[in-house]
Design a protein around this ligand. Sequence first.
Ligand code: NI
Length: 224
Amino acid sequence: MLLTLPDVLNKEELTVVRDLLARGNFIDGKLSAGDEAIRVKNNQELSASDELMAPLNNLVMGKLIKHPVYLAAALPLKIATPFYAKYGKGMTYGNHVDDPVMGPIGQRYRTDLSITVFLNEPEDYEGGELTIQTSFGDQTVKLKAGDAIMYPSGSTHRVAEVTRGERIVAVTWLQSMVRDPARRELLYKLSQARDILIDKPNGNEETELVSNTYINLVRMWADT
Ligand code: NI
């Protein structure tokens, strides 16, 4: 399932993030790439040791982990601190799948879902589309600043070459409590039905039935 997370960051927050990133020390993205990705990765990433990481993560992750669509659709167990990537003119990231397991020993997590948060406006650059292969064909994504896309980490994806301007994104990965994507999708749909019922005035029997079923299905399928 590909899902847009709208308005993870608002205009003011985006300005703060971009101002911080403008002062950051960016290094070759190949340094963080796995065996497969290193062949096709050509971008720049904020150095993990940069002192700007903490304020950036507080802002970006602070907003992302409270996003209602993220919570309902990902059912997250562990989420990584993001990479902040820049693609200048001529930069690209060819077809790859993301590494299956990330994190240092003792803090390993399986990557079920990948998230790209768009940090500048689509008009600011040409090219730079994220294309994700799905069973319904290729899906190409270039969202407005502040929005994010969430997609299966195991799906083959690429970033088209930037031909003008600069593409700025934050990318991160998460392990879901529910490993099976089909189960996760069912739970997401049921949670939407539950939200609609809960929003209706006067609680009723179907609200309780749907809500209790949702809660107990999460209990049945979640691993922590
Ligand atoms: Ni990737």
